[in-house]
Ligand binder design. Sequence first.
Ligand code: F2R
Ligand code: MG
Ligand code: MG
Ligand code: MG
Length: 373
Amino acid sequence: HSKTMCSRFIGSLVGAIVGDCIGADFECRPFVDTLHLSNFLTSMAGKTGRGNKVSYTDDTAMTRSVADSLISKKAFNASDMAMRFAEEYFQNPGRGYGANVVQVFQDLHVDRYADVYQSAREQFGGTGSYGNGGGMRIAPVALFAMNDTEKLIQIARDSTLITHTNKKGYNGAILQCLAVQQALTHQHAPSVRLSREKFVEDLQEKMKKIEGKLDDANKATKASEEEAKVKDVKTQGDPSSKDFFYVEYLQKVKTLISYGDVPRIKIKHVLGVGIAAHRSIPTAIYCFLRCMEPVEDLRNIDHGNALARTVLYAISLGGDTDTIASMAGSIAGAYYGIESVPSMWQDRCEGVECATSQAKELYHLATGDTCTC
Ligand code: F2R
Ligand code: MG
Ligand code: MG
Ligand code: MG
């Protein structure tokens, strides 16, 4: 009756891939209608023979590096992970990377990985990137540290800081990581459904502790408490100065979920569909929770499958479709398991086999057991 944990490990990494691969074609479109989505799925199904795969983008390329690094080092190792990010980029620069993150790869390479946190600190005039590039690659960290939330938070933060040192960037990645962990470890029982309200409240509880702490993760901008106060006054009006930034975003998620069926335009306005971590990670969490219930105009293409619905709904919002669908897909996959990923999607998306074997290795590292599914 209950999905095996192994199935949920694989589901999370494969859910991330199908979101990225299917979403990539729609990235940056302001609107995506159901017919367009339906036509895309039909053409995907019709592809046969060699070269029938839909390609993944930077989201998956970086997720693979995170997983490979954790698996090979059996721990988080910043220079190993940084080297994998950069080397993957130089081998395959055309995967659609963020405009600024490529500077970090260049610097890492030129500086021969001397201080792997240096370049990211210099991004955006020293404010650091708040792009969603930390969150989009974080799923393997949730699997690796499934049983140890403190460790999970630390690795999520430290692995994100290699490229994203803005508080909104790394706290967003931590939030996404915690969402995958919660979905993964939620006990399925036939009669007890996940309480969506509690799912969000649990995340708020954890983010409250994280956001309440004096910002000490970014050593380049580490300031005394007095300096921090001055800085707070100076940055009034800048959302980054708010103490409980993601806690507040999660409150919006909770409210929108309680409204049931909400027009897409409202979701886009309140939560966002952008490339910034704070305008996409709460959205991905919303997509997972919203799609536990049917979505009227997706009935004909989701075939009653809540994971497929999650991915398609995320794409239907437009904007940063590959990334939001990938993050929502990894939460949904952790909850529903690999059996819920449509077999046509598994067959036609690039990188599914690799993600499956990585998930099995991470399962072994996290539980000591061998994955037999
Ligand atoms: N890059 C894209 N999509 C754009 C076009 C792709 C298109 N399909 C094509 O054909 O070319 N997608 C990928 O980028 C996102 C992840 O980005 P990441 O890794 O966070 O990169 P970066 O460069 O650090 O940040 C992204 C942009 O965010 C803005 N930004 C971030 N921090 C900022 C700050 N402190 N101040 C001002 N702006 C900031 C900048 O515009 C950055 O370039 C994913 O969507 C992935 O799919
Ligand atoms: Mg991408
Ligand atoms: Mg430099
Ligand atoms: Mg994207």
